[in-house]
Design a protein around this ligand. Structure first.
Ligand code: CA
Length: 131
């Protein structure tokens, strides 16, 4: 099942990266992964994903900076993953162009549901959940 196109996962934690890959593949994406922010920006540039998930805490540039860098050339729907539940972080994610944020730990089914809802919303505008 790869009918939904490409998804890029930018995540430095190997277990989390594998989990995200599994969830996205099960949802129907072809998945490419990066473990640093800069590598992730590069992947987005070359793979033209429909969906990008990005962790906030990365070894080089943070997830917010990744969003700022991909936004000018990518129309991908973006999901920020953060271990922090700080409201300021969530605000910053949305200001940087994130369509969704998910706080860790999360249930795989919840992530999948959110991504499907985001895609169903099409390009009508960002899907923001009340905090
Ligand atoms: Ca991390």
């Amino acid at each position: 099942m790869t009918g939904l196109g490409v998804a890029v996962v930018i995540e430095d934690d190997a277990d989390m990266r594998n989990l995200l890959r599994a969830v996205l593949e099960r949802t129907g994406f072809s998945v490419f992964t990066a473990d640093t922010g800069l590598e992730g920006v590069d992947l987005v540039r070359h793979r033209l994903p429909r969906v990008v998930t990005v962790d906030v805490g990365l070894p080089d540039i943070d997830g917010f900076e990744v969003l700022r860098r991909i936004r000018p050339f990518s129309a991908a729907r973006t999901v920020v993953l953060t271990g922090r539940t700080d409201e300021a972080d969530i605000d910053e994610a949305l200001h940087c162009g994130a369509d969704e944020y998910v706080t860790k730990p999360f249930h795989p089914r919840e992530l999948r549901t959110r991504i499907e809802a985001m895609l169903a919303a099409g390009t009508a505008g960002p899907v923001h959940h009340a905090v």
